[in-house]
Ligand binder design. Structure first.
Ligand code: SF4
Length: 331
């Protein structure tokens, strides 16, 4: 049975937050380190509960892609044991595994992730300048992140994407530098529009739309559009290079019509949309209870999806919402 919402959108992509803590304090996510309401270790989904959930998703709900996010997923204790557990499901069901990471704790885990069947890596890097990296993230992990990105590229994952959130007067002067730095690598650079989240002081004056970003790059490089079918990113080949660039236009040109994603928070609450409040009820109590059947879990997920809105509210309205912290939902 496919996971279908009231607008007939099939959801075959689930993003699961493994932890709502992060070792960085990025200015667009958790600037003052005060936003995250850390769940205690007992209230986040245990690995066994996550295993059951993933099995239900890929076996009963025909989910084809699972992406693990955070906070920063790779700082969770015994994380490689978890990926080893999940790798057994890969042998039985047809789905892909991806991770979104800030890259700071990635380097020593890359070989293991590859071995356990992780195919897609999205690594955040908002600047190529070490001093600016510290200013944006609050921490000095620039060298670790860059080294991990370079090794990821050499390991031949199915996809490596480098994600940069672009903010005016912070890093909008680096678009060309990014292209220059990565142009000989077969990866995708994704430039993400700055989105309003609780406490990140979003305002219009810091916002750069995807079309403005594209124009800047086109001053030096010509881009050829890659035909996409309902994808969230507008992708282009950078001519005469190995690189692709993508733009995520959540604010200036939302892609809600083709949304195929469902999010699950670290504590097991379902978030129908990045910007909506999570479900009241957590999946944790169902997953932990062996007397609850997988069918009941399927029904719960299906019924929660029915309240998904057609599209998210405007940026100004979003800026006023107060339960909207990117760190706890994994972006
Ligand atoms: S979750 Fe991502 S964006 Fe948020 S503080 Fe951590 S690294 Fe930065």
């Amino acid at each position: 049975m496919k996971l279908r919402d009231n607008f007939n959108r099939i959801h075959d992509y689930v993003r699961i937050s493994l932890i709502d803590k992060c070792n960085l304090n990025c200015i667009y996510c958790n600037p003052s380190n005060t936003l995250a309401k850390y769940e205690s270790n007992k209230s986040i989904l245990f690995y066994e509960e996550l295993y059951r959930l993933i099995k239900v998703l890929v076996k009963d709900l025909e989910v084809k892609k699972i992406r693990f996010t955070g906070g920063e997923p790779l700082i969770r204790k015994d994380i490689m044991k978890f990926f080893e557990m999940i790798s057994s499901l890969k042998q039985q069901y047809d789905f892909e595994i991806g991770i979104t990471t800030n890259g700071t704790h990635l380097l020593d885990k890359l070989d293991g992730l590859k071995k356990y069947g992780v195919e897609r890596l999205n690594i955040s890097l908002d600047t190529l300048n070490k001093t600016k990296f510290i200013a944006i993230t609050g921490k000095d992990f620039f060298d670790e992140t860059i080294t991990a990105i370079r090794k990821s590229i050499s390991l031949d994952f199915k996809s490596v994407k480098v994600n940069a959130v672009i903010i005016k007067n912070i890093n909008d002067d680096e678009l060309i530098k990014f292209v220059e730095y990565f142009k000989s690598y077969p990866i995708t650079l994704r430039f993400i529009e700055y989105m309003p989240f609780t406490g990140n002081q979003w305002d219009d004056s810091k916002f750069l739309s995807w079309s403005e970003m594209k124009s800047q790059i086109e001053e030096k490089y010509s881009l050829t559009e890659i035909e996409s079918d309902g994808k969230i990113s507008k992708d282009f080949f950078v001519n005469e290079s190995k690189l692709k660039v993508g733009f995520i236009s959540s604010i200036s040109d939302h892609f809600c019509d083709s949304c195929n994603r469902l999010r699950i928070t670290a504590s097991g609450k379902i978030k129908n949309c990045l910007f909506s409040n999570p479900s009241e009820v957590s999946l944790k109590s169902l997953l932990a209870d062996e007397s609850i059947s997988d069918d009941e879990i399927v029904r719960f997920i299906q019924s929660t999806l029915q309240s998904k809105w057609l599209k998210h509210p405007s940026a100004d309205e979003l800026a006023t919402l107060n339960q909207n912290n990117m760190m706890s939902i994994g972006g």
